[in-house]
Design a protein around this ligand. Sequence first.
Ligand code: SF4
Ligand code: SF4
Length: 210
Amino acid sequence: MAKQLGFYFNASACTACKACQVACQDKNNLSAAMRWRRVVSYGGGSWVPDPQNAGLMLPNNVFVYSISSACYHCVNPLCAEVCPAAAISKKDNGLVLINQEQCIGCRYCEWACPYGAPAYDQARAVMTKCTGCDDLVAQGKNPVCVDACVMRAIEFGDIEQLRAKYGHVDSIEPLPEAKYTGPAVVITPHKHSQASGKGTGKILNLPEEV
Ligand code: SF4
Ligand code: SF4
């Protein structure tokens, strides 16, 4: 198999501090509303009356955990497949990059990507997204999200090496199942992580946060 760089994410360690998201915005001069990496909290369950104590409530399968996600530089990038301008390509190291000189701003890639990774730049009328910090990676450095995480919940590298180290989980809610695009990601689930497609919870963030 050709080299494929990718991300590791530890959902059991993430505290939803958003340092990764902000570091990405800072490095790439993104506005607060433009997110190439986003942190969302996913939760569910309910509260029921305590039969022993009138007026008190008990948790009923209540859970919450958070994920930090970005473009997963997929093995089968649907974004590239639908691009009518051939502006998206997969590099030898597996990173999927947009050539903004070629982009015609049609936004097809944004609609096709099941991860919501492409982010449209209204002012320049071009699509943007996570580059895997290819400039830093070329210098042997980490993407900034990796180094910004105080919990060391994100790693980056050869996906086969990451899978050898961390296993083969590549989707948990609210991410889609991996079968659609083959994302280059491996995840350590949180103890309450729900299987993708189960629909047991919902994203708890405000719409303007995600
Ligand atoms: S996550 Fe989306 S934008 Fe990134 S390579 Fe996969 S399909 Fe393309
Ligand atoms: S918005 Fe740009 S990169 Fe995305 S599909 Fe259209 S031309 Fe291609």
